[in-house]
Design a protein around this ligand. Sequence first.
Ligand code: ZN
Length: 303
Amino acid sequence: MKLKQFWLSTALFCTSTLISSYALAEEHHAETPSFTSTEVSKNLWMLQGKGGNVALMTGQQGILMIDDDYKEMSPALVEQVKHFGGLDKLTYIINTHWHGDHTGGNFALGSHAQIIAHDNVRTRLLSSQEIKLFKMVSKPYPEKALPDVTFTKAMTLHINDEEIKIVHFSNGHTDGDSIVFFKKANVVHMGDHHFSGFFPFVDIDHGGNVLNMAKNIKEVLAIISDTTQIIPGHGPLSNKADLQDFHDMLVGTSAEVQKMKDEGLKLEQIKSKGLSKQWDSWTDGFISSETWIDIVYNSLLAK
Ligand SMILES: [Zn+2]
């Protein structure tokens, strides 16, 4: 599979049957579920499987994981944990938000670790959730797969000689997003506040909003440096410039849709007129230009 196709297949949030153009790549990947690992810094890796990017930190005091991919990726994820020290070393799992491509591993790993997330993640996972755009329903999670520790604004973990800040950013991708900062390593896991290089899914039905997402990212850009390494929710290991590009795309496309809306165009008319050519490279088949316009338009309505 070509590199670009691989990134796209990892970005798929829902089942391959719903997005036929990438069904082949997805099925091919599903036959041999596995992770590729990228060393981000000493004792910190980015693992890429099928869903959201996983971060894994090792050390004397145990293993910390951020997000745990789809449920069906759990056997491969368990193998990774064994490779990096064993299940008995797994101490913390942080869920950046409730989506199944970031929390599916909670079922297999939840009894081995403390799961930490924003309050709204546990609330969402306690009941059925429907994502209309993908015609996807998530059933309530059992107790063992729910976050054990929840917080409202922020919390700090001190483990393996590192200070890890977990900060809630409100109403960006969902209503329960966290962004995780590794102070010494100078690494950030953005959760789904960053799809590196392509249009993101923004879950408006569950409190997400494109404008808030841009505002939240601007806050992150103000506190990170040019040498900060960024683990995006989806896409390759990135840096501040990549996050800036993503932010500028959110702001630029929102402005275009707002302008057309102000001129009196209805949603369907805006879709047929389309965005300017400069955003073409952000279209990848996961979130098409039309779907992106839909998400932006609904974000503007909710403003
Ligand atoms: Zn998500």
